[in-house]
Write a protein that binds this ligand. Structure first.
Ligand code: UD1
Length: 336
């Protein structure tokens, strides 16, 4: 049985991926520093799958701790989620973002190099494309100058991996996520934003339960059908399953080059108002919202061309926007 190290395994996407790894029979070792996650998630994963992952509370910026972990654990593959991810915060604290997101990656790759470990999967983001010139966005779209230090850590991260794969001859896949939303059907794991949510869906669900007064929609003067910005919202369980597909591709040596990258989205663009409408339908609630000015750094539209992921990973999303919002709503209602 393969042992898979999942860094950031108690976070939003990490925890859903651990559940899917268990579901298909992998052994999981989670590393998380609990800086943006809660220890209860470990029990919740165990309740869902009946299997307790091995857990290490560890800061991946601490090189000697990383070394010790690899010395004492047999690892057949790595899914690296652990990273800071708040765009606005990254503009205020760029050095914290570079230190955290880049040094942890480098330390893990050094262990891969030194111990001949293979099969590395990296959490990347559609943010690397910026406002793409053509929609839907294919993997051939050029990488644009990053809009934020956060986005830059994803671009630099991909470059570091590409160069390391070439130099040290191991295999890696970067998954470029579009907008992950929703929660596991058990409602035992989901998104746990700290403080005021910056992302749309947690803000919507918190508004609906009365934690927030109203949703501000950032701009209705975009060149889109209803004037609001368009994104590709993907159910987090579908996204988690994409990691299984990518991992199996590497373990079965089906990859075509030693560094590959794939878009992970649904292929469908939805506007902010589409999200509001869908949410109102699945929750049977009227959402308080107002239109305000555009948010700095936001792009008009991004949605994935999913052809390559379908063909090479044999993966595609299964759940709809309604499904995802319904699960996010159930999750929100279940929070105390
Ligand atoms: C954001 C990040 C992106 C990151 C992703 C992670 C920015 C500019 N981009 O993507 O780099 O990878 O989160 O999940 O922050 N919106 C509102 N009102 C709100 C919140 C959002 O109208 O209160 C709108 C936004 O303008 C956008 C859409 O909802 O059009 C989605 O926003 P969000 O969930 O923050 O995701 P992104 O901005 O696409």
């Amino acid at each position: 049985m393969n042992n898979i190290l999942v860094t950031g395994g108690l976070g939003f996407i990490g925890s859903h991926t651990v559940v899917e790894l268990h579901n298909v029979g992998f052994n999981v070792i989670i590393v998380d520093d609990l800086s943006n996650s809660r220890i209860e998630v470990l029990d919740n994963i165990t309740q869902i799958t009946g299997k307790k992952p091995d857990f290490h509370q560890l800061d991946l910026k601490n090189k000697s701790d990383v070394k010790k972990l690899f010395e004492t654990t047999k690892i057949d593959g790595i899914i690296h989620f652990a990273a800071f991810k708040a765009v606005g915060e990254s503009v205020e604290k760029p050095l914290d973002y570079y230190e955290n997101n880049i040094s942890s990656l480098v330390y893990i790759l050094q262990e891969i190099r030194d111990r001949n470990i293979d099969n590395f999967i990296f959490s990347s983001s559609c943010t690397v494309y910026g406002q793409a010139d053509e929609l839907p966005i294919t993997e051939k779209a050029p990488i644009k100058v990053a809009e934020s230090p956060y986005g830059n850590t994803k671009q630099i991260g991909e470059e570091i991996i590409r160069e390391s794969c070439a130099a040290y001859n191991f295999n890696a896949i970067a998954l470029r996520y579009f907008n992950p939303i929703g929660a596991h059907e058990s409602i035992k794991i989901g998104e746990l934003p700290l403080g005021v949510p910056q992302n749309l869906i947690p803000f919507v669900t918190q508004t609906a339960v009365g934690i927030r007064k109203e949703l501000s929609i950032f701009g209705d003067d975009y060149p889109t059908e209803d004037g609001t910005a368009i994104r590709d919202y993907i159910h987090v369980v579908d996204l988690a399953k994409a990691h299984i597909a990518a991992l199996k591709r590497l373990l079965n040596k089906k990859n075509k080059t030693n560094f590959e990258f794939f878009n992970v989205g649904t292929g469908k663009g939805s506007s902010v108002l589409d999200v509001v409408k869908s949410f109102e339908k699945v929750s049977s609630k009227k959402l308080n919202y107002k239109i305000v000015g555009r948010r700095n750094g936001d792009i008009t539209a991004a949605y994935a061309d999913t052809t390559l992921a379908k063909k090479e990973l044999n993966w595609q999303s299964e759940k709809t926007l309604d499904d995802a919002l319904e699960s996010a709503w159930k999750w929100q209602q279940n929070q105390s």
